[in-house]
Design a protein around this ligand. Structure first.
Ligand code: GLY
Length: 387
């Protein structure tokens, strides 16, 4: 343990840093359980970890042109050492723009051109974009082949690599074409976070804080006291936080894989955030995690305005994100159309019968799903923020 002992959030008694977190899904078709392995030397063990659980395979690494040059050769070497054979890896362009039909087709063509078969294994080596794209392609080719997620961003380690959501974006919204397709294994090596640009690390941190905001005020307080250690590269804090978030997500997904109930809480801030990303055009002006931070601040502000939570707690949430260096309001350099933002929110997958479904909060650590938020209140909030 480095530094003072990390305070233990209330729901984490079962989690020991570095432990293997099993995720057991209730339904009985397909791949129903897998492990999430979190630690600081996982990448060098990847070949063995895969062969122990999934046997010796023909592996196709899908990565991007930021992550590939850093880790692809290392991964190929440990896969070969463990007896796996390699299909030539594919590097897509880094960035949200690769979650589109064109790149999906490139991935599928590459798979088919290289003779992928039902026994082959896709390895998604990268952040959320690579994980969503490679997972989606794996779910489609040959009607579905195995995929292992090796998340290399904080955001992917704590959220997107776990739980089986895959997909791409279209002009109609983010992730509106995709599948629920569980990976066979998730390998989260926190040492790779060292190579992450500070902005990406912070964006992922928004998703870490989210777990405290939705269900565990103690974990939010841990973020307030120790979150900066995680961002500064303290291994113990990183393993602790990634493990905590994965264990929370594993419980939520096991109980509600298809997002019929509790899983929706994980979307705190996302409906606002997705609308922002879509209107801006999925580019570097705003990263997904930044949009989630802004969206979470908006969700707490709206909750306070609607009388569900105190304004003091809404400010506490905003202040924590701002203190850590995350944006808490939409970028001022874009010319927003509030009608378009409202349309995008209504098109969100979570919208039902044109009523807005939003995650609101009674207090920090106590979020709930609301299916009947009045559109006027949301519109006024956008107008207030974009003034
Ligand atoms: N990222 C939210 C979920 O996986 O449900």
């Amino acid at each position: 343990m480095i530094g003072k002992p990390v305070p233990q959030p209330s729901q984490t008694a079962a989690f020991v840093p570095g432990k293997i977190i099993p995720i057991d899904l209730m339904a009985n078709a397909g791949h129903r359980s897998y492990d999430i392995v979190v630690g600081d030397s996982i990448l060098s063990e990847a070949g063995t970890l895969i062969s122990l659980r999934l046997g010796v395979r023909r592996c196709l690494i899908i990565t991007d042109n930021n992550v590939g040059p850093l880790y692809r050769q290392r991964l190929e070497a440990v896969l070969a050492a463990a007896g796996h054979t390699l299909i030539p890896a594919l590097e897509v362009s880094a960035g949200e723009g690769s979650k589109d039909f064109t790149t999906l087709q490139v991935v599928l063509d590459h798979m088919l051109k290289n003779g992928i078969d039902r026994q082959s294994l896709v390895i998604a080596l990268g952040g959320g974009v690579v994980g969503d794209l490679a997972g989606f392609a794996a779910s489609l080719v040959m009607r579905g082949i195995d995929v292992v997620q090796i998340p290399t961003s904080l955001l992917a380690q704590v959220d997107s690599s776990v739980g089986g959501k895959t997909g791409i974006n279209t002009v109609h919204g983010k992730n509106v074409v995709g599948t629920f397709y569980q990976p066979r294994l998730v390998l989260a090596d926190v040492t790779v976070l060292d190579s992450l640009p500070k902005r990406e690390m912070l964006a992922g941190y928004a998703e870490v804080v989210k777990y405290g905001l939705i269900k565990d005020a103690d974990f939010f307080h841990w973020c307030q006291s120790d979150g900066d250690k995680l961002l500064r590269g303290d291994r113990q804090a990183q393993i602790y936080a990634v493990g905590y978030c994965c264990s929370q997500k594993a419980k939520i997904v096991a109980a509600d894989e298809r997002e019929k109930g509790e899983r929706a809480l994980l979307n705190l801030g996302h409906t606002f955030g997705h609308a922002l990303e879509a209107i801006i055009g999925y580019n570097q002006l705003i990263l997904h995690g930044e949009a989630v931070a802004i969206g979470a601040v908006m969700a707490f502000k709206l909750s306070a305005q609607l009388g569900f939570c105190s304004h003091a707690e809404a400010y506490e949430v905003r202040d924590h994100f701002a203190t850590m260096g995350l944006p808490v309001a939409p970028p001022s350099t874009f010319d927003y159309d509030v009608d378009k933002l409202m349309d995008l929110m209504a098109q969100d997958k979570k919208a039902q019968n044109k009523k807005l479904t939003l995650i609101l909060a009674r207090r920090i650590g106590d979020a709930f799903v609301s299916h009947d938020v009045k559109t006027d209140a949301v519109r006024d909030l956008w107008l207030e923020l974009l003034r």
